[in-house]
Write a protein that binds this ligand. Structure first.
Ligand SMILES: NC(=O)c1ccc[n+]([C@@H]2O[C@H](COP(=O)([O-])OP(=O)(O)OC[C@H]3O[C@@H](n4cnc5c(N)ncnc54)[C@H](OP(=O)(O)O)[C@@H]3O)[C@@H](O)[C@H]2O)c1
Length: 282
């Protein structure tokens, strides 16, 4: 008779299965032979399901048969309490939530609400609070700045422990598939705390592009005003980044190595690999 309920038989549904972390969570689970379902609006093919936060008719198909959930919502999208309740009702017993570092200091109510939701939902939960993803520079919101020659962020010379999205995904996979992580909030940091100036200089060096970093809040206000962002949104962002600066420099930690057995990729190694793939070619 086949054994029932062994850990590797547990189906994990991965939200944001086409995104920066979700895609890599799917890969990490598949590599280790765990059953996985990738959920997003645009995913297609075997092992994927259409899932849309804004269409609750898509929720059931995503959840059916799943006992574990990688829970993420894209920037600006709240985690719907109704979805988490449905997940638990339909048999999800373990949830790993992608939150973010410095949510308290920056007043990120969307993610603070999501954290409280999973902590009260009745399933085992683990919260991940990663620092800035390395991949913001090639797959995310810093890429346009890199390509235009100027990355503007109101963080001055603050040091942040940029972390590889693959390491965040590996931590998520470990928390989803191994015992001992229930009830934990993990800061997930890279191996070195860099200033944005250092990070951008690394990108410039490996890509061969002329890119500079501008960390002055006034320049950020000017850039966002010129781009048409409403003033009150910009001022709220500036206040949040001022709070982040007041929090002080990140210290690297050992969460990635402790949970996955491997140290995270360094920023220069991430950047060199991305450049070799042609990430910043015109
Ligand atoms: N960037 C950073 O440095 C950083 C650091 C710490 C934490 N975070 C947090 O990480 C989260 C973003 O995660 P990520 O970078 O892995 O994602 P991402 O790359 O931004 O991708 C978003 C994912 O969500 C899916 N999606 C978009 N709209 C959707 C909808 N209406 N319904 C269902 N799925 C939808 C997208 O796929 P489809 O388009 O196919 O639906 C995609 O798979 C945010 O909460 C952010 O606060 C980011």
């Amino acid at each position: 008779m086949p054994s029932v309920g062994v850990m590797s038989d547990q189906l994990t549904v991965v939200l944001g299965g086409t995104g920066r972390t979700g895609r890599r969570v799917v890969e990490a689970l598949q590599r280790d032979g765990h059953p996985v379902r990738a959920a997003s609006r645009g995913g297609s093919g075997p092992g994927t399901v259409r899932f849309d936060w804004t269409d609750d008719d898509t929720w059931e198909a995503a959840l059916t048969g799943a006992t574990r959930l990688y829970l993420m919502a894209p920037d600006g999208t709240p985690v719907d309490p109704g979805f988490v309740a449905r997940a638990v009702e339909s048999g999800v017993r373990r949830i790993v939530l992608l939150s973010s570092g410095a949510v308290e200091e920056m007043g990120d109510q969307r993610l603070l609400d999501a954290e409280r939701l999973v902590q009260d939902c009745g399933a085992e939960w683990t919260v991940l609070r990663p620092s800035w993803f390395d991949q913001n520079f090639d797959e995310g919101f810093f890429r346009p700045g890199v390509m235009a020659g100027e990355v503007v962020m109101p963080v001055g010379d603050l040091r942040q422990a940029f972390v590889d999205a693959g390491a965040v995904a590996a931590v998520a996979a470990a928390a989803l598939t191994r015992d001992g992580h229930a009830g934990q909030v993990y800061e997930v940091r890279g191996p070195e705390a860099l200033t944005f100036d250092e990070a951008v200089a690394t990108i410039a060096r490996v890509s061969g592009r002329r890119v500079r970093f501008v960390g002055d809040p006034g320049a950020y206000r000017d850039a966002l005003t010129a781009a048409g962002q409403p003033g009150e949104v910009t001022e709220a962002e500036l206040a949040a980044f001022a709070a982040l600066r007041a929090r002080g420099d990140d210290e690297p930690d050992d969460v990635v190595e402790r949970l996955t057995g491997r140290p995270p990729t360094t920023f220069p190694d991430y950047a060199a690999a991305a450049a070799a793939r042609g990430a910043w070619r015109d």
